[in-house]
Design a protein around this ligand. Structure first.
Ligand SMILES: Nc1ncnc2c1ncn2[C@@H]1O[C@H](COP(=O)(O)OP(=O)(O)OP(=O)(O)O)[C@@H](O)[C@H]1O
Ligand SMILES: [Mg+2]
Length: 399
């Protein structure tokens, strides 16, 4: 192993042989081991964990003490080591609880000495990589109303960023009815559901093997093929997926369903940038306004949210001045209606690829350009009280 010797804290439930695990650790690691139960009743080795470069917790069955230690390490230590769980048993239900408690990785036992050594080395290397590498930009594409153009924006943004030489990945978080695969012409051979139920250790190589590859150079983590499979994807699993994808891709674009579901809130929390997609009609603008107010209630400055107005040239009797008055700000990007868009979607192509000279394609390229230049970053602000004012819709001049 390259780099300085790693300091590992190995905490074992009774029944695990410390020597066996220590033997599998990469050369040059310095290991301190402690028992999780029996002998040390109730004492959590948090002081030792704070000093360690990696916390390894070996447990089986319910793993209650292990979960307690993971949770305490995750919540009580200001600087904490990555937490890797070695689990003997069927990890199905336990995996979710371990990630929920704060584990970064789970390695199912038994494994051969070589496999274990490899998995642990990967955990250490990844930790160093995550610390040293810059996390990629993560853009949550939101729109509280259905059909405003979120998927269109996500896919075209990805194609435009890939065209500029970046390495974007689209995560389809519309877990029940996601259509990123259709919009990009990708077959859902592996989906986020398959990744969530795959078991074993979650690392960036594994996630990469579940991505669909688009000819532009973009990738996509596709939505489940059946709505009932959505339940396998939890917010804690998503947080781990987002973190890992950001170590490998310079842009993580998250397409969302038209609702503030727990998964969408997890994406907003993890995102560095927020892109709100509204449409030029009275109902959609009202929902866009509510979306901006909801983000403000969550502590984000709506002025720092990138606002895309789709079908911005539609003649519905709403002027741009009306839009600005209602939303309290100008949209950043205007995307016109274009009949070539549904045709391109039917062919599984983006408008950026199908009609690169069109005004719609150029709007998405300009959106990509803003992100390549850093984009707007909505910093968290002190929480604001909910607005009392009722929304008044545009009456004057409405068709
Ligand atoms: N600018 C446009 N010009 C022409 N058609 C458009 C335009 N924007 C969107 N559409 C059409 O509207 C449909 C809905 O767009 P899209 O799927 O991107 O919306 P969405 O916000 O992702 O919807 P949902 O909330 O259901 O996920 C597209 O299939 C496309 O045919
Ligand atoms: Mg969509």
């Amino acid at each position: 192993m390259n780099g300085p010797a790693a300091k590992i804290l190995l905490v074992l439930e009774d029944g695990f042989d410390a020597a066996e695990i220590e033997e599998a650790l990469p050369d040059g690691t310095s290991v301190q081991s402690a028992r999780l139960n029996g002998g040390e009743h109730g004492r959590l080795p948090l002081g030792e964990a704070a000093e360690a470069e990696l916390l390894l917790v070996a447990c089986a069955a319910e793993g209650e003490h292990a979960l307690e230690l993971i949770k305490a390490t995750y919540t009580r230590l200001e600087t904490r080591p990555p937490i890797v769980v070695l689990y003997a048993g069927s990890p199905n239900g336990f995996m979710e609880r371990a990630f929920e408690a704060g584990a970064d990785d789970l390695i199912a036992l038994p494994q051969s000495r070589e496999q274990l050594a490899f998995a642990l080395e990967k955990a250490l290397v990844r930790r160093r990589g995550a610390i040293s590498s810059r996390a990629g930009t993560m853009i949550a594409v939101l729109g509280p109303k259905g059909g405003t153009g979120k998927t269109l924006t996500s896919c075209n943004l990805a194609e435009a960023l890939a065209g500029a030489g970046a390495s974007p990945v689209v995560v389809d978080l519309d877990l029940q009815f996601g259509d990123v695969g259709l919009a990009l012409g990708l077959r859902p051979e592996q989906t986020i559901h398959n990744l969530a139920v795959a078991g074993g250790s979650l690392d960036v190589e594994k996630i990469e093997s579940f991505l669909a590859r688009h000819p532009s150079g973009a990738s996509a983590l596709l939505a489940p093929v059946r709505p009932d499979q959505a339940a396998s994807v939890s917010p804690s699993f998503l947080r781990a997926v987002f973190d890992l994808l950001r170590t490998r891709h310079d842009f993580v674009i998250v397409d969302t369903p038209p609702a503030f579901t727990p998964e969408v809130i997890a994406a907003i929390d993890a995102a560095s940038h927020i892109c709100l997609v509204g449409m030029l009609d009275a109902l959609s603008l009202k929902d866009t306004k509510i979306g901006m107010e909801t983000l403000a209630q969550m502590g984000y400055d709506p002025a720092e949210v990138t606002l895309v107005l789709n079908r911005a040239d539609t003649s519905v009797g709403i002027s741009m001045a009306d839009v600005e008055r209602l939303l309290g700000r100008r949209p950043d990007v205007l995307v016109p209606s274009d009949r070539a868009i549904p045709t391109a979607i039917t062919e599984g192509r983006t408008i950026v690829a199908a009609e690169p000279q069109s005004a719609a394609a150029r709007a998405f390229v300009s959106l990509a350009q803003t992100y390549l230049e850093g984009g707007k970053k909505p910093r968290l602000q002190p929480l604001q009280p909910a607005p009392r004012r009722r929304l008044t819709l545009l009456k004057k001049g409405a068709a």
